[in-house]
Design a protein around this ligand. Sequence first.
Ligand code: XMP
Ligand code: MG
Length: 176
Amino acid sequence: MITIHDKNFVPYISETEIKEKVKKIARQISDDYRGLKPLFVAILNGAFMFASDLFKELDIEAEIAFIKLASYKGTTSTGKVLTAIGLDADIHNRHVVIIEDIVDTGKTLHTFLPTLEHSQPKSLKLVTLLHKPEATVHPIAIDYLCFIIPNKFVVGYGLDYDGLGRNLKEIYQLEG
Ligand code: XMP
Ligand code: MG
């Protein structure tokens, strides 16, 4: 068990499980996008580690760009989605793959996807490390999913609890 700020977390998904799943998803994406020079758009901050590991495992020509959105404070969503750093890449006519850390209520992507669609990419798909189906408020189509998890707060592998825990190599779940 570990303690971050005032809360206890227990190990939930191991480093080995994450690595295996990331490789598997990267193989699928490589097969689906070979020759299409996709543009990956990773959503900061949470997806940085997943995006990095996934991108390294791709064996196709591909580009990556980053955007910073934020809707979380503490362990519950504030409901407001802010764009803190915008996208510098032109997605018009590109095959775009969004990289998210977690789809929780779906609010973030529900707000953000129409903005991207407005720029008329050739295709738009989503890969996410985690998904909490029980928390869904806005249903989001997920094209590539690593792990389905229950509606409990998690940290590690890029995900944080008020700034801490991102550097953990495995994913931890809120105790209790
Ligand atoms: P929504 O509700 O918009 O949430 O789908 C997406 C964003 O909320 C953050 N999030 C979490 N972060 N542990 C975290 O560290 C969690 O359990 C969790 N659930 C949601 C995350 O940044 C995601 O992009
Ligand atoms: Mg995030």
